[in-house]
Design a protein. Structure first.
Length: 336
């Protein structure tokens, strides 16, 4: 099976923004200049709206993209309530671009068949659970937004803003059932898995093992009392998408555990489309437990993070959904 998207070179971030054919040629050309690829983890954290917007893919880069680009500008900016990579003044990242790309070297991200099934869109895979990819009704981004290998995911925006961003890319927010299937399905139609990476909880496989910083009173320094206070005190400790290569489902979707929790949708019994938070983030070690474990009385609230867990957190009608925080991102899906 011929791969159209294989990480086999240490390429700078602008490569992924080019057309697929151009990107492949650029990766080969840049492989000889690996030393020029920065490996400072903080170099991946973009502090301006312009830098953040440069990471977002649009179907057209000609004058016709001016409208979608202006829509994006309404939702992407380094302030609370808009999508960014968190407050750079307190953010901490430990894996740089060079190390991330080296870990993905030779990994097939998307095959020719998968790209064709996903209408030619890069970094998407079909979602199916019966062993037959031709029956897929959805494709899903393989990385958290901005769906770019070895770039930091974006947080701090709202579900309604995420839906608008997906729309200008010709996509939409994923439903919970689609996200769950992408996490647990076996591409051969055999037994579903508990976690994307297997059956047993392992906090080292994904970016889920970073406890919150603690103050002298034994409480988290992170204070989510208001959006601004959270922005000032809650560090976003994400790592670049794909930096944990084993944190991948059998369908090829990365980081469905750890890194950032994700927004998704479901239709209620009243016919209204709701959003909710699901998954875990980089600090899951603070709140983790296995599916067969009970909550300990008097202890900090914990939760299991298997693919099918249905927490119903921050449920809001999609049209007016405004919840945002330092560890909540999203990925898009495409209806086929």
């Amino acid at each position: 099976m011929e791969a159209t998207a294989t990480v086999d070179a240490l390429a700078p971030s602008d490569v992924a923004a080019k057309a697929p054919a151009e990107a492949a040629e650029s990766e080969v050309a840049l492989a000889a200049d690996e030393a020029s690829v920065p490996d400072d983890p903080m170099a991946l954290h973009h502090a301006t709206a312009e830098e953040l917007l440069s990471l977002v893919w649009l179907q057209s880069t000609d004058a016709g993209a001016a409208g979608p680009r202006s829509v994006l500008a309404s939702f992407v900016s380094p302030v609370p309530g808009r999508f960014s990579q968190g407050n750079i003044a307190i953010a901490r990242h430990s894996i740089g671009r060079r190390a991330c790309l080296e870990g993905l070297r030779g990994v097939v991200l998307q095959t020719d068949e998968q790209r064709q099934a996903c209408r030619g869109l890069e970094n998407m895979v079909p979602v199916y659970g019966n062993g037959n990819p031709a029956t897929a009704k959805t494709c899903i981004d393989i990385f958290e937004f901005p769906n770019r290998p070895c770039e930091l995911p974006m947080v701090w925006g709202t579900p309604s803003g995420a839906e608008k961003i997906c729309e200008v890319q010709g996509k939409r927010l994923c439903t919970q059932s689609e996200w769950n299937l992408a996490c647990k399905a076996d591409p051969e139609g055999k037994v579903e898995s508990t976690y994307a990476y297997g059956e047993a909880l392992d906090l080292t496989i994904c970016n889920s093992n970073k406890p919150h910083a603690m103050g002298p009173d034994g409480q988290w320094l992170c204070n989510p009392r208001t959006a601004q206070v959270a922005w000032d005190t809650c560090a976003t400790e994400t790592e670049p998408s794909g930096a944990f290569p084993r944190c991948r489902s059998r369908l090829g979707v990365f980081d469905q555990h750890g890194n950032v929790a994700e927004m998704m949708t479901r239709k209620g019994s009243d016919g209204v489309v709701y959003t909710q938070l699901k998954g875990s983030a980089f600090f899951y070690v603070d709140v983790s437990r296995r599916p067969d474990e009970a909550q300990k009385p008097g202890a900090r609230e914990t939760y299991p993070d298997q693919c099918s867990y249905d927490p119903r957190w921050h449920v809001e009608p999609l049209d007016g959904a405004l919840h945002s925080n330092y560890h909540l991102g999203f990925r898009c899906c495409l209806s086929l």
